[in-house]
Every structure is written in structure tokens, then in C-alpha cells.
Design a protein around this ligand. Structure first.
Ligand code: ATP
Ligand code: AMO
Length: 434
């Protein structure tokens, strides 16, 4: 549509064509208004019934809500109009009529439950606050990419159809690949390490991960977006510096570039960019602090994984983002390196938001023999991973990295109740379409 302009660009004195959705029609008798909405906002179209051609009035006021119309006319200043300008139409064309029975109300006046919203995402995204989440998501991904580039990382993409899993066997989705068993990848873990061991050295990937998690919670998806980093000649502390830079860059970008979206979400007054350094708390201190809160029925002992209530108690105690470092080796995967002076203690870390875990990472085991031992200790057959382990025989530098859950980042930045609100078309136990 060559001549079409956005409603936000309509200036008094111009003759314009705008096109978009019928947000509402307000008929006051002699005068009536059609409010037309597009991606940039809304504009009032004025119909003075006695002074206008009947056919024009009938077309403009007879159209059902959410139909797509194209309107041409003169833009005039009008202080009583919601945006201070209105259009007096010379022509109105119904481009695509909408069934008057809408499955959900995009004006937001009638609430819809999440399931109805997800079944009708096109209509749901016509709401300002929902659109705002995805505009912000796009801005966060842009800012994250830019920060990785400042860290001299190369963006990579790795296969999502793989022969072996890495993050625990029960959470794999099996598929058939030309008659052979294959899986949807749970993490780019092994591939990003293989590339960090080349001259490329520092890489990042933003891509889908697939987890056949059986449980249905507000913070798990079966297909999520992972923001991964891997860097040669890095240790776990360097990786934590990168995490902190990326997470803060996301907050800063939202604060600087998303004022309208924050307003649409009602967050303009309360939005805060974390400015303090994220504390690094050892696993040992973490369990002591959790035990001291008295929130758990049973005291935690060394070697326990942290239960959700424990993480919540510590999150309330710390009050912001924090790292948990130096986990017991036993509860971290085979690719995480142990401390040189203590093989019970790993270099693995998590970044926590008071509401949930955002990141796992650590320094990697880069010594071939130790890596093979790690596979065996974890009950995995190193033969199956030969494509990976053999590269550790040809000059694998020390390296470290992390995986950051993209939807969890968005969810915690915006205070969304459910992770599904941060994905256009979420995949969960009940949902395979749309
Ligand atoms: P009726 O006789 O049925 O009231 P009318 O043609 O006399 O219709 P007005 O009295 O001019 O209509 O306006 C009706 C309402 O619409 C008033 O509350 C007025 O403030 C408001 N109104 C009029 N013109 C505009 C405009 N361009 N933008 C927004 N509101 C307007
Ligand atoms: P991990 O399995 O902890 O680590 O995943 C990293 C981060 O990804 C996010 N995440 C999820 N988000 C939503 N739904 C899920 N089902 C889901 N699973 C994971 C979380 C989590 O912290 N290979 C390692 C990373 C590394 O060491 O580099 C890994 O995958 O935010």
C-alpha cells in the first residue's frame, strides 16, 4: 500500500491515507467516531453525519470492530481527540472485514484467560500491553547481541537435531532421523565448546533448546530460547563478568529505549536497572544462609541440591540478583571442571534472580583424560560422544561459558507471572499448536 502512512505520522494540514484495525466506534448521534489503530498508535476518524455522503458514513460506521479499513482524508488539529488530531474522511475502504463474534476483546475491556489468549495470539497481540512485551523482547535480544559483540564474540548457530543429549537423559525429545534415533537438542553445550576450542575463541548463540520436562510450572517451557556464551582462555569468574554485563545491558536497553512500552505495562515508575555488582555467594555459604532463615522444614546439608523454597528464602534475604558459586562436583554435569586443589568442589555457578534461576555456567574440563573420567562417573558412554571428546586431544584451551534462559530473563525484567507470556507460541505439556 504505497501511500499508506502510520497513524503516528499524521500531521495537521496533511492529506493522508492510514490503514489499520477498527478499535472502536463511538456514535454520539449527529457525530460519530471511528478509532483506527495500527502498530504506532490510534487516530480518531470523524463522521459528521449531516455533512457527509451517506454511503461514506454507512461504510465507516457499519464496519465491525477489528475489521481492517483504509481511510483517506485531511488531518486536522482537534484538542478533544485522544491524540490531539483527527481525520475527516473523504473515502473509507473495508479491506478485510472481521466476524463480529470475536474470541477475545483486543480493546482489553474484557479479560481473557491465558489459554484463550494463546489460542488467539493475533488478536491478543493487538493489545498495547501484550505488544509491549514483544517489542521489549526484541529490544532485549538486540541489546544482548550488541553486548556480546563488545565482548568480541562471534555469533554462531548450531544443530538442533542431534545424536546425543547432554543435560540429563530423561528430558530428551526423541525423533526419527532417516530411520535412526535422534533427539531435539537440549543445549548447544558441546558444539559451543568445540568452536571455543578453535581460533574463533569466543562465541555466542541465541537459539531454541528443547526440554521434555514433564512438569507444568509458570517458569518452564518445553521449547525455550537459550542465550549461550563460550570463551577460550576464560575461567568461571570471566564468564560471570560476561553474564553480569549481558543482564545489565538488557535492563539498560529497556530503560533507555522502551519508555512507551513500559508505560503500556504500567511499569514506568517502578522500573529499575540493577546498578550494584551481583554478589558471588559460595554454595557452602548459601546453604548456611538458607538454613539460618528457618524457612525450610529440614536443614540442608553439603551435597543437597537447593530446593525452590530454599532459593526463594535466599532470594528474599539477598534482595537482588546473585551468583551461587563453587557447587559440589557431584551435582554439576561432566563438562564442568573441578577446582584444581579439591575434586569435590566444582567451578560451576548459577545466576539467580530472587524469583528463579536464570543462568548455569562454569569453567569446562578441557583435559582429555579427565573429561573421559567425568563421562564414566556420570554413567554416560564416552564412545557415543567421540565426535566431541576427540577434539580435546588436539589442543583444547581452558574455557568457560554459560547458558541464560531468554524467556526467564524477559519474565523477571518485566515481572510477568507466567513464562508463557514471554513467548509468542509457547510449547508446554498441553500445547502443540498454534
Ligand atoms: P448530538 O446532537 O447527538 O449531541 P452533535 O452533532 O450535536 O450530536 P456535538 O454536540 O458536537 O455533537 O458533540 C457531541 C459530543 O462529542 C460532545 O461531548 C463533544 O464534546 C464531543 N465532540 C465533538 N466533536 C468532537 C471531536 N472532534 N473530537 C472529540 N470529541 C468531540
Ligand atoms: P541449564 O540446563 O541450567 O544449563 O540451562 C540454562 C538456563 O536455561 C534456562 N532453562 C529453561 N527455561 C525455560 N524452560 C526450561 N525448560 C528451561 N531449561 C533451562 C534456565 C537455565 O538457567 N549447558 C548448560 C549451560 C552452560 O553451562 O553453558 C545448560 O543448559 O534459565
Amino acid at each position: 500500500m504505497q501511500d499508506r502512512i502510520h497513524t503516528a505520522d499524521a500531521e495537521p494540514g496533511d492529506d493522508v491515507t492510514v490503514a489499520g484495525w477498527v478499535h472502536e466506534i463511538r456514535d454520539l448521534g449527529g457525530i460519530a467516531f471511528l478509532i483506527l489503530r495500527d502498530s504506532t498508535g490510534k487516530i480518531q476518524i470523524k463522521f459528521e453525519k449531516d455533512e457527509m455522503d451517506d454511503e461514506l458514513v454507512d461504510t465507516g460506521l457499519g464496519v465491525s470492530r477489528e475489521s481492517v479499513v483504509s481511510v483517506s482524508g485531511a488531518v486536522e488539529e482537534e484538542p478533544r481527540a485522544p491524540t490531539g488530531v483527527e481525520i475527516t474522511p473523504e473515502s473509507v475502504e473495508v479491506v478485510a472485514p472481521a466476524d463480529p463474534e470475536l474470541p477475545l476483546d483486543p480493546s482489553g475491556k474484557v479479560d481473557a484467560d491465558l489459554s484463550t489468549r494463546l489460542d488467539n495470539r493475533t488478536l491478543d497481540l493487538r493489545k498495547d500491553d501484550v505488544q509491549a512485551v514483544f517489542e521489549i523482547r526484541s529490544e532485549i535480544l538486540r541489546a544482548v547481541r550488541e553486548r556480546f559483540r563488545e565482548f568480541e564474540c562471534t555469533e554462531i548457530t548450531t544443530p538442533k537435531i542431534v545424536a546425543t543429549g547432554t543435560e540429563g537423559g530423561t528430558e530428551l525429545f526423541p525423533i526419527t532421523y532417516f530411520g535412526e534415533e535422534a533427539f531435539m537438542n537440549q543445549s548447544p553445550q558441546l558444539f559451543k565448546q568445540l568452536i571455543a576450542g578453535s581460533n574463533v575463541e569466543r562465541v555466542f548463540e541465541i537459539g531454541p533448546i528443547f526440554r521434555a520436562e514433564e512438569h507444568n510450572t509458570p517458569r518452564h517451557l518445553n521449547e525455550a530460547t537459550s542465550i549461550d556464551f563460550e570463551g577460550a582462555f576464560c575461567d568461571q569468574n570471566d564468564a560471570m563478568d560476561v553474564v553480569e554485563g549481558v543482564v545489565k545491558a538488557a535492563y539498560e536497553a529497556v530503560s533507555e529505549n522502551c519508555a512507551d512500552e513500559l508505560e503500556a505495562l504500567g511499569l514506568e515508575d517502578e522500573f529499575e536497572v540493577p546498578d550494584e555488582a551481583f554478589p558471588r555467594i559460595s554454595y557452602e555459604d548459601a546453604i548456611e544462609r538458607i538454613n539460618a532463615t528457618g524457612e525450610l522444614d529440614e536443614q540442608l546439608v553439603w551435597g543437597d541440591d537447593l530446593p525452590t523454597e530454599g532459593e526463594k528464602a535466599l532470594g528474599d534475604d539477598v534482595g537482588g540478583h546473585y551468583f551461587i558459586t563453587d557447587w559440589p562436583s557431584e551435582i554439576k554435569p561432566f563438562y564442568i571442571k573441578d577446582h584444581d586443589d579439591d575434586d569435590q568442589l566444582s567451578t560451576g555457578f548459577d545466576l539467580m534472580h530472587p524469583r528463579m534461576e536464570l543462568v548455569s555456567g562454569g569453567q569446562r574440563e578441557h583435559r582429555h583424560e579427565k573429561l573421559i573420567e567425568g563421562f564414566e562417573q556420570q554413567g554416560l558412554d564416552p564412545e557415543q560422544f567421540e565426535y566431541y571428546t576427540k577434539m580435546f586431544k588436539y589442543g583444547m584451551p581452558p574455557h568457560a561459558g554459560f547458558g541464560l534462559g531468554g524467556e526467564r530473563l524477559i519474565m523477571t525484567i518485566l515481572g510477568l507471572d507466567n513464562i508463557r507470556e514471554a513467548v509468542l507460541f509457547p510449547r508446554d505439556r498441553q500445547r502443540l499448536s498454534p
